[in-house]
Design a protein around this ligand. Structure first.
Ligand SMILES: [Mg+2]
Length: 226
């Protein structure tokens, strides 16, 4: 049995800037700060880490847990609206075919490993009709640390499988950034990198992923590695 853990942004979909706009609107509403995301690189980082970085840069000091939740509550409301209206929202090449084919396999369980908070992850996947394929996950709301949230996802996947009495799992982490590769490997997974986000094939190969693809258009070829 194999556990496949997919990253979201740049791997399954791109929101076309919806998440950035939602963060900006949340910071504007709560702190009266414009363009809070300017100069922040979110790729591969977790949502709580990103919000803390913004707070530290723009306001100074640490964003406390209660305040973080207030920002997230506003973020989620704006994200719903921004994703629904985003002209640049894209499903990455080959993903629909790949996920549909994988979901039919009896030896594969599909999950999510993302820095997005769980509610944000579901909002982002909903527009693509992808939520129902993923039975479990690890999220930015579970841990601010990517390796830790991948470990949490693996534990949840194993729990689901143990109920079916099928153990002996191989784990794959599929993502578009060096951080997916680094933390996936640290969590004991085989890493699959795809250059559909902000990093090219040559950027990603420096981190020595187990497999590396330009994109998943040839989904039948990709299926063979699992
Ligand atoms: Mg990503």
């Amino acid at each position: 049995m194999k556990l496949l853990l997919f990253d979201i942004d740049g791997t399954l979909i791109l929101t076309g800037g919806a998440a950035t706009r939602a963060v900006n609107r949340a910071f504007n509403k709560i702190y009266r700060i414009d363009n809070a995301m300017d100069g922040i690189r979110p790729e591969g980082n977790t949502d709580p880490a990103i919000l803390r970085e913004i707070f530290h840069k723009r306001i100074g000091g640490d964003l406390l847990a209660d305040e973080l939740n207030i920002v997230f509550n506003e973020y989620v409301l704006f994200l719903r609206e921004e994703v629904a209206n985003s002209h640049g929202y894209t499903i990455m090449p080959g993903i629909k075919n790949l996920i549909q084919a994988l979901s039919k396999r009896k030896d594969v369980l599909l999950g999510i490993a993302t820095g997005n908070i769980e509610e944000g992850a579901h909002i982002k996947l909903e527009r693509a009709g992808l939520n129902s394929y993923f039975k479990f996950g690890g999220f930015g709301s579970d841990s601010e640390d990517r390796e830790e949230l991948i470990r949490i996802a693996i534990e949840r996947g194993k729990k689901l499988l143990n109920q079916d009495k099928r153990v002996d799992e191989k784990v794959f982490v599929i993502g578009d950034t060096p951080l997916d590769i680094i933390h996936g490997r640290a969590a004991g997974a085989r890493t699959v990198a795809v250059a559909t986000g902000s990093y090219s094939v040559s950027d990603l190969e420096k981190y020595e992923p187990y497999f590396l693809f330009e994109n998943f258009l040839d989904f039948e070829g990709v299926l063979k590695i699992f």
